[in-house]
Design a protein around this ligand. Structure first.
Ligand code: SF4
Length: 764
């Protein structure tokens, strides 16, 4: 039987579709926001929280990692529709309490779709699922911690435990978690970053010396041209639209590069500007290049070849001074690019020569260039090569380390970048481990741990037996759903620190625990008084976040308190570890003092984090200081991926709907794409559909075959969409069962969720 947990009961399926929208946000976004608040929150809480979200004295939106303005913030609302949906999910009045778990057994809950599970509400008590039991039952915090400690201490080696982190975890919790896990004896600290921007971090570190972007919001405003590649900001980072609008108002040009036409990249109506609303919004993309799936390297090479041709003809295209002074590898790069065939690059990109030439004209005339990207670039076998080719284009133009220019990988989850800065990584450098050891007086393990995909394989193969998830919905976020479900079921114990019910609580180990935690919007009271936490956004700004709402249950604990509870019990008999966990969690300033001791860039942390808009972490690239192996920014040679498809096969990309945030489903619609009340759809080019005799709405089975193993999803519905020929798209996580666990980017273990070769047949 397939474990695909994302099936919907047939009665729920009344799928409708209409033409996709060509304008984003505006009045419909205001209405959707109000509807969500009204439906799930009481009015006083909704008002109180929405006025404090993303404000200098408030809490950070638990949604994406888009930065807030340094200076002026709108007092009526510094958030987007999806920020409000994230808030409404967290601050919902619905509760999953002891009575709920008494009423519903695991088998019943397992038959519920993800959406219904999420909407059940906030978990109010720690819960335990005993071996062979049919129901979760309440457990005291003390007993829960004891159970975890007993399981961890029973393992033959600490490397048999996996400690996963999702991107919502605060700096303080992440740092404490990393310290505990290493004091316990392993570096098994996989995180969600392993599945999203790992290729950005790897490619940027190799070429520029730091695994982060270098631009600020002001840079976006003053860029002369922005390329938005493999990213759908209208849904996944909606306030980025305001920054793009400003760029346009300042005369900037925007080139969108994406297989699907996305409303947010076409037009934006700023809901905070009534006059703009009345005039129908502002066009975003000056050019829209519908690249075929995985045609990005070919497209970038075609752009580079045409720029080099212009340089030959007229000069003034390549920034020779910058290249001479600040880069290495230029000669090898030029040798390799000169071997490329322009027409082959154009053909492989799937974009017309005319459009490519037009985009080259825009780029050539505008030296202040930013390139933004997201998962459409990174979740590929050649994800690192994609990122490095982006860097090549920027270096060629000298568009790095100056105002209005640079690389901008846009992170999806609110503190995913901060968690990595805090040491959530399976292979942190020795310098970090040395300092961590000094700060806490122990010797951290040096052996690298498992990233997410290797961690799944280790659980599957029985090499790892305990799984602890600090947030997240592991089985839904990860690839190859059936395989991952088996991996979790193989564990002796699975533990989830969660705010709400999700699929991973039901795909469990022999024993399971759910540890309910505070949400971002909630007040965190510890022994020394009210606490705040801190986070780092996509642009490297660290700032504070202080909840304002009363916790949904008196039994909730903060993430630092949960980590301390587990650590105290687990490490009790380790004589060489003398960390005072209570002292650290009584006052988070003490955790921040330790962070300051260990991590560069956090000097005077407690002081600076209290400044309203926080502080920028050091980023040498901004000053053209490149900490690479050559001491300069490095040009690279990147192979153009093979783009041939066998007859009857398609390239599948997974995408998020507008009513969705990662694995959290806010609803079953995708307003911008015109899809209503259904998620098991396959977006297809109309000509492809007629070629294989599919009518709109036809039920189809989709199959991927990798290394001889076949994976299928059944009874999806074919929906015609504006997408290049031979390319198809389906929603994450419904299409995750098709993503083979062994199909990864080799340098980073990133699953290939954006280029899966599939075949399609009519359902029987
Ligand atoms: S853009 Fe991102 S961080 Fe800002 S309110 Fe929307 S979801 Fe939250």
């Amino acid at each position: 039987m397939s474990d695909n947990p994302h099936r919907y009961p047939p009665s729920a399926e009344k799928l409708k579709w209409s033409d996709p929208k060509s304008n984003s946000v505006g009045l419909p976004a205001i209405i959707a926001s109000l509807q969500h608040m009204g439906k799930y929150m009481d009015v006083p809480s909704a008002l109180k929280a929405s006025l404090k979200m993303n404000q200098k004295d408030g809490f950070d939106c638990p949604g994406c990692a888009w930065p807030d303005p340094d200076d002026h913030r709108s007092p009526i609302g510094e958030y987007c529709e999806n920020g409000i949906k994230a808030l409404a999910e967290e601050a919902t009045n619905a509760k999953v309490d002891e009575a709920f778990f008494k009423k519903y057994d695991i088998a019943t809950l397992s038959s519920w779709p993800e959406f219904k599970l999420g909407k059940s509400g906030r978990i109010t008590h720690p819960m335990h699922l005993a071996e062979g039991a049919s129901h979760y039952t309440p457990i005291s915090w003390e007993h829960a911690f004891k159970k975890i400690g007993t399981h961890l201490n029973k393992l033959d080696h600490p490397d048999e435990a996996i400690f996963y982190t999702s991107g919502r975890t605060s700096n303080e919790a992440a740092f404490l978690y990393g310290a505990f896990v290493r004091a316990y004896g392993t570096n098994n600290l996989p995180d969600c970053s392993n599945m999203c921007h790992e290729c950005s971090g790897f490619g940027l570190t190799q070429t520029l010396g730091i695994g982060k972007g270098s631009v600020t919001l002001n840079d976006i405003h003053e860029a002369e041209i922005i390329l938005v590649i493999g990213q759908n900001p209208g849904t996944n980072h909606p306030r980025m639209m305001t920054a793009l609008e400003k760029c346009k108002e300042n005369g900037g040009k925007i080139v969108a590069i994406n297989p699907l036409k996305e409303a947010g990249l076409i037009k934006y109506t700023n809901p905070q500007r009534p006059l703009k609303m009345m005039s129908g919004g502002v066009a975003i993309a000056d050019l829209y290049l519908q690249v075929q799936i995985n045609g990005d390297v070919a497209l970038l090479k075609a752009i580079i070849l045409l720029l080099l041709k212009l340089e030959k003809e007229h000069g003034n295209i390549i920034d020779h001074e910058f290249i001479e002074e600040h880069t290495s590898g230029f000669e090898e790069f030029m040798n390799a690019i000169s071997q490329e065939d322009l027409q082959k690059c154009i053909a492989d990109s799937g974009v017309s020569e005319k459009l490519i030439r037009e985009s080259v004209s825009l780029i050539a005339a505008r030296p202040k260039m930013i390139i933004c990207w997201a998962m459409g670039i990174t979740q590929h076998e050649n994800g690192v090569q994609n990122v490095r080719e982006i860097v090549n284009l920027l270096l060629l133009r000298g568009a790095i380390g100056k105002p209005g220019a640079g690389p901008c990988p846009v992170r999806g989850h609110s503190n995913v970048q901060g968690d990595r800065t805090m040491g959530i990584w399976e292979k942190m450098p020795g310098t970090f481990l040395d300092k961590l050891g000094q700060a806490f007086d122990f010797e951290p393990p040096r052996k690298h741990g498992y990233a997410t995909v290797p961690a799944i394989r280790a659980m599957y193969e029985g090499k790892a037996k305990v799984f602890i998830g600090m947030g997240g919905n592991f089985v839904s976020a990860t690839p190859d759903t059936d395989y991952t479900a088996t991996a979790l079921r193989n564990c002796h114990l699975t533990v989830h620190v969660s705010t709400k019910l999700n699929r991973s609580h039901l795909v469990h180990g022999q024993e399971a625990l759910i540890l309910p935690t505070l949400g971002r919007s909630e007040i965190d009271l510890q022994q020394s008084g009210y606490q705040f936490v801190s986070v780092e956004n996509s642009m490297g700004i660290v700032h504070n976040s202080k909840g304002v709402l009363a916790p949904k249950s008196p039994h909730l604990k903060s993430e630092p308190a949960i980590i301390a509870g587990i650590a105290k019990v687990t490490l009790r008999d380790k004589k060489d570890i003398s960390i005072d966990w209570d002292l650290l969690t009584a006052d988070y300033d003490r955790i921040r003092d330790k962070i300051e001791e260990v991590i560069p860039g956090f000097d005077a942390y407690n002081e600076r984090v209290r400044l309203g808009s926080g502080f920028y972490l050091p980023n040498g690239v901004k000053e053209r200081v490149f900490k690479t192996k050559t001491g300069k920014a490095i040009f690279t040679v990147n192979k153009r991926p093979e783009m041939t498809l066998s007859p009857g096969t398609f390239r599948l990309t997974t995408v998020r709907a507008h009513d969705q945030y990662n694995t959290t489903l806010y609803g079953l619609d995708d307003r911008y794409r015109g899809i209503k009340n259904g998620r098991e759809v396959l977006l297809m080019n109309e000509l492809d559909m007629s070629e294989i005799n599919l009518w709109p709405g036809q039920e189809i089975d989709v199959t991927s075959v990798y290394e001889g193993v076949s994976r299928s999803v059944k009874s999806f519905k074919a929906v015609p969409y504006d997408i290049p020929r031979s390319c198809v798209a389906a929603y994450f996580p419904e299409a995750n069962p098709l993503v083979p666990i062994h199909l990864i980017n080799r340098e980073t273990h990133t699953p290939v969720s954006k280029n899966i070769i599939v075949s399609i047949v009519k359902s029987a």
